[in-house]
Design a binder for this molecule. Structure first.
Ligand code: PLP
Length: 301
């Protein structure tokens, strides 16, 4: 048995079995898929003799936290281009940015309008003028090297699973999983955001057809939650001692449990859930929930 795989002790209907791959345990900070996505990019940055990583992200981004930490660990500088001018004075009340800053990340806060230019070469040239030479890691960390890293999530020991389920943001992680899944396996993606563009993004990176996106579990969009989701995450933790994050893995696992209830899966299905990590996002989410006087996530991570 793969050391990261943990079978849920819950009794499911129709002899369905569910196992969760604890990629959240890969690394205390750069957990899960962000660790996988950075692996070959860090090697490439070193090979190109780069001294600085530059990347993009929002206020509570797991990716920003991961890049800041990985850069520090590798003795590289890091620059985070952060979406939202207004965050400049709010670093102290934002656990993600505070963490990244403690890792030595230098921030540049830009407006949402400017942020939309992030892939344009003229904008990147301006950044080179401002910061000097850097290794560019795209927003969310998805590029060909990231997908190579995510192809290492599934191993030979996972061949007995019929379904492999994972949360989807930019589509990089699921692309790696699709590329390494076996022909008898079906990969189910649960987008954490609204938007029809993901199908096309994923098709850029994969050839296999054995995958599908289930788009009903975004809870209103990226970073949006409701009380049902918070309740589910807390209850899942009590029952299984497995922490889920509110932005990605909580929504995916909620979706899978709902589909099991609705008899989506045939009897005797052997399902693997990929826990992609992201637990640092709980702190920021709890701040927001407290401000709105909503129930918070009761998980010590
Ligand atoms: C970023 C992230 C994802 C989404 O990964 P993509 O490769 O962008 O689709 C899923 N889960 C967690 C915990 C993440 O941080």
């Amino acid at each position: 048995m793969n050391a990261l795989n943990q079978k849920l002790q819950i009794i499911f209907p129709n002899s369905i079995a569910v196992t969760i791959k604890r990629e959240d345990l890969l690394h205390p900070v750069v957990s899960g898929n962000k660790f996988r996505k950075l692996k070959y990019n860090l090697l490439q940055a070193k090979a190109e003799n780069k001294k600085t990583l530059l990347t993009f992200g929002g206020a509570f981004s797991n990716h920003i936290a991961a890049v800041a930490f990985a850069a520090q660990e590798q003795g590289l500088q890091s620059i985070g281009i952060i979406r939202g001018d207004e965050l400049r004075d709010k670093i102290d009340s934002n656990p993600t940015l505070q963490f990244a800053q403690e890792c030595g990340m230098q921030f540049e806060f830009i407006s949402r309008e400017e942020y939309r230019l992030k892939s344009e070469s003229s904008f990147l040239d301006e950044l080179k003028q401002q910061f000097g030479d850097f290794y560019l890691v795209p927003e969310g960390g998805t590029n060909a090297l990231a997908i190579e890293g995510c192809q290492e999530i599934l191993t030979d020991e996972d061949s007995a699973f019929d379904y492999i389920c994972c949360a989807v943001g930019t589509g990089g992680t699921i692309s790696g999983i699709i590329n390494s899944a076996l022909p008898h396996q079906k990969v189910l993606g649960f987008p954490a955001l609204k938007g029809d563009f993901l199908q096309d993004e994923i098709r850029i990176f994969v050839q296999n057809q054995n995958w599908e996106l289930l788009t009903d579990y975004h809870f209103g969009g990226y970073g949006k939650v409701n009380e049902d989701l918070i309740y589910f995450i807390n209850q899942f933790y009590i029952e299984n001692q497995i922490p889920l994050d509110p932005v990605y893995t909580g929504k995916m696992v909620f979706g899978v449990m709902d589909l099991i209830q609705k008899n989506y899966f045939p009897a005797h299905s052997n399902i693997l859930l990929i826990h992609t990590g992201g637990l640092q996002g709980i702190f920021g989410m709890n701040e927001r929930l407290k401000n709105k006087q909503l129930p918070t996530i009761n998980i010590d991570v």
